[in-house]
Design a protein around this ligand. Structure first.
Ligand SMILES: Cc1cc2nc3c(=O)[nH]c(=O)nc-3n(C[C@H](O)[C@H](O)[C@H](O)COP(=O)(O)OP(=O)(O)OC[C@H]3O[C@@H](n4cnc5c(N)ncnc54)[C@H](O)[C@@H]3O)c2cc1C
Length: 284
């Protein structure tokens, strides 16, 4: 079991990892391959102490190198779900399950917008995890909505279970490797609802009924990642030690709210690591 799993490879995540390693904790920093967060887009940063006139990509490179040199374990993949287990957390990274004593959420400012009605239907037909929920739809009619090639992989797995599979692209991506069962629907999903017991999905052209709908985006909506995590709009409220409302879960960086700045993210990552170390020392 890892001491800390850090969600995100931005300044907050790397900073947290460095301090955690200095305290001898085992750390995994996880984010989708090639997605280093917002900072990579910045051409020039002038407000980070000690590194004047540097590009966002260069700062990130240096943060990463320093954290790896200190013994941080880096892993690629989107974290889809985090579940408390009583003595720690199970973390679903793509289709792998990892275990950790504490969690630091450092996934930047929310970039994912849900479809109207989506949140209400989670657990009632809408799912974000094919491996977790696919077996409930054996022989049934489902839809896969995806903004990335991840949806094609998940559709391939689901095609071995379900009876019918409609595929919707939320954003343009390569769908040439879709399984034979998948029927590509060239309509734009607009929202979810219910017709009695049935889950309905409205598009720009029609309303359809499905037994289940699997949604895959490049990031996870905040509230979907961790059940019962308290949020305020698109931010996670924290106290001065970066505690969220869930014991053992800390948050740092842009995801805790404004100002959205590198030095603030780095500072909060540092505090979150110290708080996680204290939590582990206390709870074992
Ligand atoms: C164009 C631009 C210019 C900027 N200029 C400046 C500036 O001059 N000075 C300054 O101080 N700030 C600047 N910023 C802001 C700065 O980039 C952010 O404040 C900073 O990057 C926040 O760091 P963070 O670690 O909180 O989040 P991010 O850097 O956004 O990193 C978030 C990480 O979380 C990962 N992630 C998200 N969801 C998941 C998930 N479910 N599973 C796994 N990983 C996940 C992402 O892939 C990413 O790796 C600028 C931002 C932009 C876009």
């Amino acid at each position: 079991m890892t001491d800390i799993i850090i969600v995100g490879k931005g300044p907050a995540g790397w900073s947290c990892a460095m301090t955690a390693r200095m305290r001898g904790l085992s750390v995994q920093v996880i984010a989708p391959q090639g997605d280093a967060g917002q900072l990579k887009l910045a051409e020039r940063i002038d407000n980070y102490p000690g590194m004047p006139q540097v590009s966002g990509a260069e700062i990130l490179k240096r943060f990463r190198e320093q954290a790896i040199a200190l013994g941080t374990e880096e892993r690629n993949g989107l974290i889809r779900q985090i579940m408390p287990t009583g003595n720690g957390f199970m973390v679903l990274v793509e289709n792998d399950v990892l275990e950790s004593k504490t969690i630091v959420l450092a996934m930047g400012a929310a970039r994912q917008k849900l479809l109207p009605g989506e949140e209400e239907q989670v657990g009632r037909g809408v799912s974000y995890c094919a491996t977790c929920d696919g077996m409930f739809y054996r022989g049934k009619r489902i839809a896969v909505l995806s903004s990335t090639e991840q949806g094609v992989e998940e559709a391939t797995f689901l095609a071995s279970l379900v009876g019918e599979l409609d595929y919707y692209s939320l954003k343009k991506h390569d769908i040439t490797k879709l399984p034979e069962l998948a029927k590509v629907i060239d309509e734009k999903p607009k929202g979810f609802g219910r017709d009695g017991q049935d889950l309905t999905m409205t598009t720009d052209q029609s309303t359809k009924k499905y037994d289940g709908v699997f949604v895959f985006r490049a990031g996870m909506p905040l509230g979907m990642l961790l059940n019962d995590l308290q949020t305020e709009g698109s931010y996670i409220p924290v106290d001065r030690m970066m505690n969220t409302n869930i014991p053992g879960v800390f948050a740092a960086g842009d995801c805790t709210g404004k100002p959205l700045q590198v030095p603030k993210a780095v500072g909060e990552g540092n505090v979150a690591a110290i708080a996680a170390a204290e939590y582990i020392a206390k709870h074992g």
